[in-house]
Design a protein around this ligand. Structure first.
Ligand code: BMP
Length: 211
């Protein structure tokens, strides 16, 4: 039985983060870390957290090929399972991430949970992502038309989807439209009982999809 939620751990506090990872890490598909936790605690926290779950580094790489490569190599060293890059920087940068990621899975952002200029070029971003050889795409849970479009063009790439819960999207709807995993942060870590909240989400997914 596969877990379908990726937990976005966007908090600063080290002990709270480790505690949440200890309690929830084996009940989610992965934990996603972004700049807030890294800026407060340093990159070493990736290795610490990786004891409890797969870790996806959501650094949204968006630079020239060499800089993206240097960051990806550093992330590899600390035992990350996945890394997220923007696709709008184009083939050369994205390919540099894929090549330097080795066994780390690369996800590229092709559509966002808020309106952005990326909306005008989603098709091209998917095409470039496929050409570069990414493992998966990021597409929004709260914007069904965009998610549906990404699903139609994604081939066999995995889709991970932010925007459910606090940003208004619905987990079950996103999974129905083709998300493989739904990213949830605030609705879990800001709730009174994160373990129970996650367990309720997991139960409703299991009951709805018979998994
Ligand atoms: P929350 O469930 O608290 O809204 O968190 C969503 C997470 O997904 C955040 O880490 C955010 O940076 C990320 N995200 C997003 O919300 N929209 C996107 O388009 C891409 C993201 O990575």
């Amino acid at each position: 039985m596969e877990n379908k939620i990726i937990f976005a751990l966007d908090i600063y506090d080290h002990d709270e983060a480790i505690n949440l990872a200890k309690n929830l890490g084996d009940k989610v598909f992965a934990i996603k870390v972004n700049w807030p936790i890294i800026l407060e605690n340093g990159i070493k926290i990736i290795r610490e957290l990786s004891k409890y779950s797969k870790i996806i580094c959501d650094f949204k790489l968006a630079d020239i090929d060499n800089t993206d490569k240097l960051i990806t190599e550093k992330v590899n060293e600390y035992n990350a399972w996945g890394i997220i890059a923007h696709a709008f920087t184009g083939y050369k940068s994205l390919k540099a991430v894929v090549d330097s990621a080795k066994n780390t899975k690369v996800f590229s952002v092709v559509s966002m949970s808020q309106e952005s200029y990326v909306d005008d070029i989603t098709d091209k971003l998917i095409e470039t992502s496929k050409k570069a050889g990414v493992y998966g795409l990021v597409a929004p849970a709260n914007r069904p038309l965009y998610l549906k479009k990404v699903k139609e063009l994604s081939g066999n790439l995995k889709i991970i989807s932010p925007g459910a819960g606090s940003q208004g999207g619905d987990i079950l709807n996103a999974l129905l439209l083709g998300s493989d995993y739904v990213i949830i942060g605030r609705s879990i870590y800001n709730s009174d009982n994160p373990e129970k909240t996650l367990s309720d989400f997991n139960n409703s997914i299991r009951n709805s999809f018979n998994i």
